[in-house]
Design a binder for this molecule. Structure first.
Ligand code: ZN
Length: 181
């Protein structure tokens, strides 16, 4: 099972022209370290300062494990032409952006994501841009995504320093959510 904290632009429309400047800043500040063969990064030396764990100190392995289990890798992805959806087994009760009605059966939205531009709510009948569906912190979308491995849902949040850096390098606000799959 994979657990990730995911940082994403708060607006589904916001993006970056390329990941280069973001990657350089995250390397410089110590969130990310060396790049691995699969394109993900090992955690940098300041990861435990740049994300804030809310409870007691977690067990967060910093290196890939022989058993394939969770560890603190960092994956930068994008820019996507259209926001990409990340949703997993922790995803529950996303809501319609018009009526706030609960979307009980969201799996078809995930399966067809690449071809869904508009989504029509079965409760209120309004059509919405699918990227405006409210996943709250149990999933989300972004044209640029930063996934941090080994973090369980609600276990940690980005620090003020990290959020400030993301806004500085991009010019827009960032939020976060959790994915478990
Ligand atoms: Zn609705």
């Amino acid at each position: 099972m994979s657990n990730r904290l995911v940082l994403h632009p708060l607006s589904a429309r916001d993006s970056l022209p390329d990941l280069g400047p973001l990657r350089a800043r995250l390397l410089g500040v110590g969130l990310i370290g060396d790049m691995q063969d699969d394109g993900t990064h090992l955690a940098g030396p300041r990861i435990m300062e740049l994300i804030t764990f809310l409870g007691c100190m977690p067990y967060l392995p910093m290196e890939p494990r022989d058993d394939g289990g969770d560890y603190a890798f960092i994956r930068l992805s994008g820019p996507y032409r259209r926001a990409r959806l990340l949703a997993g087994r922790n995803t529950v009760r996303p809501r319609c952006p018009h009526c706030n009605g609960v979307i009980g059966d969201w799996q078809p939205i995930k399966l067809a994501w690449e071809s869904i531009a508009e989504w029509t709510c079965p409760k209120c009948g309004e059509a919405s841009d699918a990227s405006e569906i409210r996943w709250r912190e149990n999933g989300g979308v972004g044209r640029v995504l930063i996934e941090i491995g080994g973090v369980h849902p609600s276990e940690a949040v980005p620090s003020d320093e990290l959020r400030g850096l993301l806004k500085d390098v991009s010019g827009f606000d960032w939020g976060w959510f959790y994915v478990q799959d």
